[in-house]
Structures are given as structure tokens and as C-alpha cells.
Design a protein around this ligand. Structure first.
Ligand SMILES: [Zn+2]
Length: 62
């Protein structure tokens, strides 16, 4: 699992991979300063707000 706050530098790096950065859970745009989590294997393909990521597993338990 990866988790970090999106800095200006990271944001620009992510933008070089993808045109649109958004949370796979809530579909809102990921912005500089957001604390995010994701899966290391998929790199930039699946990123979530930290709170959304945690909610993901709660949903799976239901
Ligand atoms: Zn989200």
C-alpha cells in the first residue's frame, strides 16, 4: 500500500502519467495537499483519498 500527501512535485509527476487524477471511490479530483492511499502494484491507476480507501474495506466487510 502507498500513502502520502500530494505535494506539488508529486502532483506534477502523477499528472505526467495521467490526464485526470481522481479518487476511484468518490470520483472527486485529487488535489495538492490531499492525503491519499493506493495500491503499490497499480501505481497511479488506483488512488483514493485516505478516508475513501479505508471506507472501501468497510464496504467489503458488509
Ligand atoms: Zn475520495
Amino acid at each position: 500500500m502507498i500513502q502520502y500527501t500530494i505535494t506539488n512535485e508529486k502532483y506534477n509527476r502523477l499528472k505526467s502519467f495521467k490526464d485526470n487524477l481522481f479518487c476511484k471511490k468518490c470520483t472527486k479530483e485529487l488535489r495538492i495537499g490531499d492525503y491519499i492511499k493506493g495500491n503499490r502494484n497499480s501505481d497511479t491507476s488506483k488512488l483514493y483519498h485516505a478516508k475513501c480507501y479505508e471506507k472501501l474495506f468497510i464496504d467489503l466487510d458488509d
